[in-house]
Design a protein around this ligand. Sequence first.
Ligand code: SF4
Length: 310
Amino acid sequence: MSILSTALLEWYSVNKRDLPWRRTTDPYHVVVSEFMLQQTQVSRVVEKYHEFFLLFPTIQSLAAASPAEVIKAWSGLGYNRRALLLHRFVREVVEKRGGVIPSVPEELILLPGVGSYMAGSIASFAFNLPEPAVDVNVRRIFYRYVHGKDQGKPLGRKEEEQLWTLVRGNIPKLKSSDFHNALMDFGSLVCTRDSPSCASCPLRSSCSFVSLYEAQKEKVLYVMEKRQEKGMMENGKFVPNRIFRGRIVEFARQNEHRSFSFAVFGKVIKKDYTNCDREWLLLLCKTLQEDHLLTFSLENNDSIILRFSP
Ligand code: SF4
């Protein structure tokens, strides 16, 4: 086993999350959970998981249901399109495959709603096959571990294939399901998107990301840029952009049509504002303008005047 797999499995044996779909290898249950988990928080899926199987205990019962019944049972999970794709998936399996869900990615990927990740995850979680399933967590961990930085932009086809090959090469014999579950948990709890716990990470001694991250945190963490789309740090605390937007609107309420330098305006909006925040602040004003809440104009590129949209 690789250093990475050994350390991950050890970590997982102590830290694994007890989730209902991990207590089964029934392919029908695994498929339903994978459809549910796409773009939906684990806690919400946990609430709906058992309820769904009370209504549709077998793949045949789900296939026999009407689309309206499936959508009704799906309520609370969002993205109803996934419910319909799951329904088409099980109908095809029941009608064309005698109700038997295939085990290999090459066949799974031919079914409705299945992409490369889901094909790998069903093969791994339901059949424990050594097939890679690369989701955002797996991608982030491997990319950091090997390349010492965040991915930053989408990979080309060749690089993407290399990443999948790399993950495949690390799957421990007969432990594919545990390995993938370990990666999911590790990505959610340790090697997180915005603040990886490198100091206490069991992969620390072999991970390429650590030294650069610890030396130049804000430069190396690509996600800091992405995060600016959501918010900014203010006096050491993350504040979502909606709060800053609210402050700008409040500022405009009291100071409409008046000119303020960015230095003054910025300090009112963000307590520890510096010149480096200027682009971000301007971007926030632009989004308010696009949302038809405010308009703004610049004077000598150094001062700003806010007005409410007519
Ligand atoms: S050392 Fe840091 S970057 Fe590397 S795997 Fe651990 S948490 Fe992720």
